[in-house]
Design a binder for this molecule. Structure first.
Ligand code: CP
Length: 305
């Protein structure tokens, strides 16, 4: 893999994460800097996206770079049967950086091995979403004033949710306590529980989304049940609305609690939560612009103050 690529959140050390958070803060103060003048960047989205693609493209535009790419693989030659390998080799002939999302786990790592330019993983199946994690960390840091010693409750689709998998690994640097709230069908996979055990991270599993659990949390990380990952749609129907956060459920929560969600939401956060000052998911998505500006500069080796 090219060292500059960002495939997994584990590609970053704790020091690199803290440096990126500082850079994101600097970009939030001034997001319009022409540091990508002359650079061409490709966004290859083999899976749908609103926030990730548009925030990356906004990031590049505000930094003075140019964007090419596709938001629907059906409009690319992959619909004619071209392989991922050939697509990546071709596109890396044209650009300085490839940002890609793909439904297959491991696709970004594979791309990084055949590409002549750095790859940024914008989500690969149920595996990793490291740039989402950087904006999540930035949001947690901004709202809590620290990343250390936090009580983080993850709710919903912990099996297929790549954002919770990346976030869990990133938080391992910061001494967290986790609560996992999920039905049996969508429990946190064994490999991530083993990861917690190997890193001496306490975790507790719950099937009830109770106010007791909510009231202990510093961060309540809600997730969507990911219809597109189910092979059995009857199973999806059984679990899709299992947990719904309503405003009344936050009445006894800690003053510093913030509700995060990578978005899009479907039914798992009722609209009456939106006006609660503890709801942070729209600001969280906005933070993605600054976190992604910092990440682009890092992988391209561009020094910013
Ligand atoms: N959070 C996230 O990845 O959103 P999109 O699917 O809209 O990019």
């Amino acid at each position: 893999m090219k060292r500059e690529s960002l495939v997994s959140i584990n590609d970053f050390s704790k020091e690199e994460i803290m440096d990126l958070l500082e850079k994101a803060r600097s970009f939030e103060e001034n997001p319009n800097r022409k540091v990508l003048d002359g650079k061409v960047i490709a966004t290859l989205f083999f899976e749908p996206s609103t926030r990730t693609r548009l925030s990356f493209e906004t990031a590049v535009n505000r930094l003075g770079g140019r964007i090419i790419g596709f938001s629907d693989a059906a409009t690319s030659s992959s619909s004619k049967g071209e392989s991922l390998k050939d697509t990546i080799i071709m596109v890396s002939n044209y650009v300085d950086l490839i940002i890609m999302r793909h439904h297959l786990e491991g696709a970004a790592r594979y791309a990084s091995e055949v590409s002549s330019v750095p790859i940024i993983n914008a989500g690969d199946g149920a595996n990793q979403h490291p740039t989402q994690t950087m904006l999540d960390l930035y949001s947690i840091y901004k709202t809590q004033g620290t990343l250390e010693n936090l009580n983080i409750t993850m709710v919903g689709d912990l099996k297929y949710g790549r954002t919770v998998h990346s976030l869990l690994q990133a938080m391992s640097h910061f001494n967290p306590t986790f609560h996992f709230v999920a039905p049996d069908e969508l429990k946190m996979p064994q490999e991530y529980k083993i990861f917690c055990e190997e890193h001496n991270i306490p975790y507790y599993e719950h099937s009830d989304f109770s106010e007791d659990v909510i009231n202990q949390a510093d961060i309540l990380y809600m997730t969507r049940v990911q219809r597109e990952r189910f092979t059995d749609l009857m199973e999806y129907e059984r679990v899709k609305d299992i947990y719904i956060l309503r405003n009344s459920m936050l009445a006894g929560s800690k003053p510093n609690l913030r509700v995060l969600h990578p978005l899009p939401r479907v039914n798992e956060i009722a609209y009456d939560v939106d006006d609660n000052p503890k709801a942070y998911y729209f600001q969280q998505a906005k933070n993605g612009l600054y976190a992604r500006q910092a990440i682009i500069c890092k992988v391209l080796g561009i020094d910013v103050e």
